[in-house]
Structure formats: C-alpha cells, structure tokens
Design a protein around this ligand. Structure first.
Ligand code: F6R
Length: 242
C-alpha cells in the first residue's frame, strides 16, 4: 500500500485528480468506479478544471458509481445521480449512456443489483475504484457485519451512517434507510483502489482500516489485502497512524 499525507487540501485534490486523469490519459477507454459524499468533491472540481484545460477527454470512459439511496427520486438534490451530475458529469464529455449508477427506484431492487453487476462484468474489470471511508469503516455502503456480500446488493444503512449523512438533508428523518451498493468483491477486483480520507474525525477509523486486524467489523480493513492500494490522507486523518 502507498500512503501519502498532505498538509494542503488543494495538493491532496490535485494528487487524487492526477491519479484518475493519468489512468484516462494512458487508457482512453478506462473503466472508473466513482464515489460520492463530501470527500471527493475537491477531486472532482480539480478534474473538471483539468478537463476544461483540455488535458484529456472522457469520451471513451465508462463509469460505475458505488451506490445510490433507495427511494429518492433521481432529481432529488441528494440522490447520488444528482450529486454526480452537479459535481462531474454535466461538466465533462462523458456520454450519459456510459455513466452508470444503480437505480434505487427500480421496481425490483434485487433484479437491479443483478443487472448492475452484469453491466460491470460486461465492461470488464474496473481500472480504478475511488473510495471514501465511513466513520464505522464502511466502503461504498458495505456496513460492518458478520459477513460481507460480494456483489451489488440492497443494504440497510447503519444508524451511524444515516446520522453522518443527515448533514446533507433537512432532517435525519429524511435520510433514506436503505441503499444499493456495489459489494466488496467487486471493489477488491478493481486493478487500483484510491482511498481518500480527510478530517480528524476519521483518524481512528483510518488507523483501524490500515493498521488494524482484517475483519468484516471494519470493511475497509479488507483493503489491506489489495495489491495496488493508494491512500491519500490529510494530516488530520493521518494523525493516529504509527
Ligand atoms: C459514497 C460512499 C461512502 C462515502 C463515505 C464517506 O459513495 O460510498 O462510502 O465515501 O460515507 O463519506 P464522506 O466523504 O461524506 O465523509
């Protein structure tokens, strides 16, 4: 694993965007796994700036997002589809048919999960999976559990996750209780994993994830087994690493 620690948020975002754009520059048909949440916003902003400066094109790229809430209309400002449009998709030349997000409003959610896995399978292995980290160690919405699920599945969000995400909603009550998430099997099959974590409130879980025992109680700890894991941390998130 390669761990990089940054004093400046701008430098961290530049590094994250640089890793993603490097993959697209070397392989214009790259398959990218994308994340939402507060953490990658600056990376997407940097990526959009680099795209506008003509550094690369997303025309041949295919993307798969990690997750989507169940039951939020697609145009709800907090749906992950709306988030991706706002922060990335509407600014770049990625054809809309190549930007995949699981449909949290599908009439048959189980069938939707199978369809999503088939799409990923058809696209081939993910070249890169971008990840943030939940306070409880979740990646995607794979919450701590006795056993973890390989493929895309419906998940009951942990109370801790709903509370953390309540900052984006008018009230906790409005945070959905379920989501669709890519499974850890798919995440771990990605050729490269780029984990980005910011903030002192994540310092404990960063230590557990990167230096603690490998356990399904901390799904991110499974990343320790990945042959090509790159971790970008700000100084506060790295504080408790030995
Ligand atoms: C988002 C996702 C989540 C977040 C995590 C951290 O698509 O899958 O695992 O990465 O909850 O969220 P933030 O970045 O808001 O702290």
């Amino acid at each position: 694993m390669n761990v990089w620690v940054y004093d400046s948020d701008d430098k961290l975002n530049e590094a994250g965007a640089g890793i993603i754009s490097g993959i697209v520059q070397t392989n214009p048909r790259a398959v990218l796994g994308l994340a939402t949440g507060g953490t990658p916003v600056g990376i997407y902003k940097q990526l959009v700036g680099d795209f506008e400066r003509g550094m690369f094109s997303f025309r041949g790229v295919t993307t798969f997002n990690l997750d989507e809430y169940v039951g939020l209309p697609e145009n709800h400002p907090e749906s992950y589809r709306a988030y991706m449009n706002e922060h990335l998709f509407r600014h770049i030349d990625l054809p809309s048919g190549q930007a995949h997000i699981p449909d949290g409003n599908a009439p048959d959610l189980e069938a939707e999960c199978r369809r999503y896995d088939e799409r990923i399978e058809d696209a081939g292995q993910l070249d890169l999976q971008l990840l943030g980290l939940g306070h409880n160690g979740h990646i995607g919405f794979n919450e701590p559990a006795h056993a973890l699920i390989k493929g895309t599945h419906v998940v009951d969000l942990a109370e801790e996750t709903r509370k953390a995400n309540a900052r984006f909603f008018p009230s906790l009550d409005e945070v959905p209780r379920q989501a669709l998430t890519m499974g850890v099997g798919t995440i771990l099959k990605s050729k490269t994993i780029l984990l980005v974590v910011k903030g002192a409130d994540k310092a404990d879980i960063v230590r557990r994830a990167l230096q603690g025992p490998i356990t399904t109680d901390c799904p991110a700890s499974l990343l320790q087994t990945h042959p090509h894991l790159v971790v970008l941390l700000d100084r506060a998130a790295a504080e408790k690493l030995s």
